[in-house]
Design a protein around this ligand. Structure first.
Ligand code: IMP
Length: 432
């Protein structure tokens, strides 16, 4: 049985990871987040009831599961406190099943102010961030001036460090961005108050993870965002500020790469993207509208409409390779029901007419044109199907073709938002 399983998105996020994590956690002891912050939005539907999570791992809805926020996650104490409260009000025990790394970099209110001021300053060239302070918090981490959860254990020392940091940030806010400064003392007070709400959950999560590994616990590493938003391997600069790809598991949790047993790439049956940046298969016609409306493509975190397009097999193949994805979970296939034809982007045409089957680097990616393969659509509904045999022939053909073009097996097909609406072809745990 596989002990360490990674689940991550192979496109631009919003592939439906939350449902799959929740589904698989039936057999899991620990669910671990290793990158990103509360920019993520994972929607879970259990018994028809929707829960949106941003920071706490999606395993939290299963009472037997323990959840870890690893050192690679940038942590907003206010957002975590709010999420714990929301879950507790809904009857879930949280704090006694949650472990937060002492090494998580903190997202302070000033990071939110900087994120928003920067986006405003970029004007039309804006990234389209979630405005949660993610980028500035990671910048502080990498520049080695950031504060971490551990710093809050000494409130006086913490306050001093924040005051020093704020001389720099408030100078930038007011003099460079011409924005309002952030009130330092109230920010310190509110941060410390929020941390006190979950301080019993703070621990050395690297040690915890390795104790779990030695004791044979099953661990699921839950990715946030998607591979093409990776700071190194995504469509830079229109990316998030963390490593969303599988390498981030090792750095963001402390699990050495050789301990990873399998990597499941959650892959939507078409493409979506929120925020700015290149998206070669984006549609502006009725097919695009069909995907947006039927797929209810609205962001969980920001409420923004998602851009929609045909399946981009070149981009997904790139994700398969940089992540070493072992199997795919295909989601939202039913959204394609009712289309007379479906297209798969199998290559890109460059401005000079050359056709390539990989992601060109630099600005060239902005100018590629998709080369499509057209397949017949299907009228029948695939919604809620629990077996491949029930599937219309054309839908099955589409799934098989996708698998072949991207070069990875389809292990799971998700046919609706509920746990039950799933076809498991091969379990990512290695054995049943
Ligand atoms: P940031 O992560 O808020 O800095 O935003 C950077 C880019 O990542 C923007 O295009 C966001 O729309 C995108 N992004 C961040 N989190 C998510 C997510 O959970 N799903 C999809 N896109 C995301």
């Amino acid at each position: 049985m596989h002990q360490s399983l990674v689940i991550l998105g192979s496109q631009w996020g919003d592939e439906g990871k939350g449902k799959i994590v929740d589904l698989l956690t039936e057999k899991v002891d620990y669910v671990i987040r290793y990158q990103g912050g509360h920019n993520a939005g994972h929607t879970l539907v259990v018994d028809g009831k929707k829960t949106a999570l941003h920071l706490i791992p999606s395993g939290i809805l299963r009472p037997h599961v323990r959840c870890v926020i690893g050192n690679g996650v940038v942590l907003s104490p206010e957002a975590l406190t709010e999420e714990i409260r929301m879950l507790q009000e809904r009857g879930h025990s949280v704090i006694d099943r949650l472990h937060v790394s002492t090494n998580c970099p903190l997202i302070l209110q000033v990071h939110v102010a900087l994120d928003r001021a920067r986006e405003t300053a970029r004007g039309n060239a804006k990234i389209g961030t979630t405005g949660r302070g993610i980028g500035p918090a990671y910048e502080d981490k990498v520049s080695r001036r950031g504060l971490r959860v551990a710093d809050t254990a000494d409130p006086a020392g913490f306050s001093e460090k924040v005051r020093e940091l704020m001389e720099y940030h408030n100078f930038t806010l007011t003099n460079w961005y011409r924005a309002k400064p952030v009130d330092v003392e109230s920010m310190i007070e509110e941060t410390l108050e929020a941390v006190s709400y979950f301080k019993t959950a703070v621990c050395d999560t690297v040690d915890l993870i390795h104790r779990c590994r030695r004791n044979g616990k099953i661990m699921l590493f839950e990715g946030a965002q998607g591979s093409l938003l990776d700071i190194d391997h995504g469509t830079y600069p229109f990316v998030t500020s963390s490593n969303t790809t599988a390498g981030g598991v090792a750095t963001g949790s402390g699990l050495g790469p050789r301990y990873i047993d399998s990597i499941l790439g959650i892959t939507k049956a078409y493409a979506t993207r929120v925020g700015s940046g290149p998206m070669p298969t984006e549609l502006f016609d009725n097919a695009g509208k069909h995907l947006a409306v039927k797929g209810q493509e609205v962001g969980t975190t920001t409420g923004r409409g998602r851009r929609c397009g045909w399946f981009d097999a070149v981009a997904v193949r790139h994700a398969i390779e940089v992540n070493s994805i072992s199997g795919i979970c295909l989601t939202k296939l039913d959204v394609l029901d009712g289309l007379s034809e479906v297209e798969i982007c199998v290559a890109y045409e460059l401005p000079d007419g050359n056709v390539v089957d990989y992601l060109p680097g630099g600005d060239e990616y902005l100018r590629v044109r998709p080369v499509y393969e057209t397949l017949p659509g299907w009228d029948e509904t695939t919604f809620g199907m629990t077996s491949l045999d029930e599937m219309p022939k054309a839908a099955k053909q589409y799934v098989e073709r996708l698998s072949r073009v991207v070069g990875a097996p389809i292990d799971i097909v998700s046919t609706g938002p509920d746990r039950e609406q799933t076809i498991v072809i091969s379990t990512p745990f290695g054995v049943d």
